[in-house]
Design a protein around this ligand. Sequence first.
Ligand code: GCU
Length: 347
Amino acid sequence: MRNKIRKILCVVLCVGLIAGMTTGCSGTKQASGGKKIIRVALSQSETHPEYTGMEKFKEYVEEKLGDKYEVQIYPNELLGSQTKAIELTQTGAIDFVVVGTPNLEIFADVYEVFSMPYLFTSQKAYYAAMNDSDYMENVYESTDETGLRVVTWFDVGTRNFYAKKPINTPDDLKGLKMRVQQSPASVKMANAFGAAASPMSFGEVYTAIQQGVIDGAENNELALTDNKHGEVAKYYSYTMHQMIPDVLIANLKFLNGLSEEERQVFYDAAEVASETERDAWTTEVEKAKKTAEEDMGVTFIYPDISLFKEKVSNVQNEMLDANPDIRDLYDHIQLYNKQYADTKEEK
Ligand code: GCU
């Protein structure tokens, strides 16, 4: 039902956006009281820290440039799945979108790196690499040709498998149909674990598990509560196989059309958004675990991670051999992995 309503709303909104474009007004040019509307597409709900972060983005932009811009945030995939919303951002019907990096792999294959299982040795290494803005700027520019520019990143924790039945060892994953994000590297990752990867959009996962189309999925803890997956999958297993960032992407033409001062305001607003989101993340995860366990009856499992690591130990090298473009970012991350090698802290 929730899905149906979302789909209908999405069609109405998207048709509106596209109609606006074909009649000659670009997404940002539509005025309300003389202001340009800045549309931000989000797949997460209003209770997710990314929404809180993007509210700060809105506040910041409107405080500095409120006479010219009004920021509108569309949560819950209202403007379509992440893939769809990226397309709308490319055309300029949407100005900003928040997506997981796997969705960018088809635009710039360097993003495959983040889909590698067990890429980062610790949360500290992950943060240090992502906050190395001098290096990351090159990565963010890699989608310029496609009209998209990443402006900042969000921490969305570690990804773990959850299903209708307990997963204690890699053998338990054998043959299970597990939803993964829509990217070649995500499919490779899940298949390497012995599961049968089933790529689909985030918004389709709840119904797919409920109807038995898939056996489970993999995501951070908030998927259990915010997206209600804990209602249909009762076992969440800390395999900790990925830390994949979400990124805020802008329509590049929009950014380039701004004055230098205005562009700085949008960049600063993005920084405020990601800091807000990251500050809230750990607390929100704790809350989600409590709700999932106490109100939804989800069991949390802490398996021997070394067994899972072993199972996919060739994947990083296979991916590096198959795609030389990812080597530089991969090697760069290894510097931080060495510096912050301890993995104990983030359990
Ligand atoms: C997380 C992440 C999203 C992503 C989703 C998914 O929730 O924050 O950006 O889309 O996982 O698995 O699709």
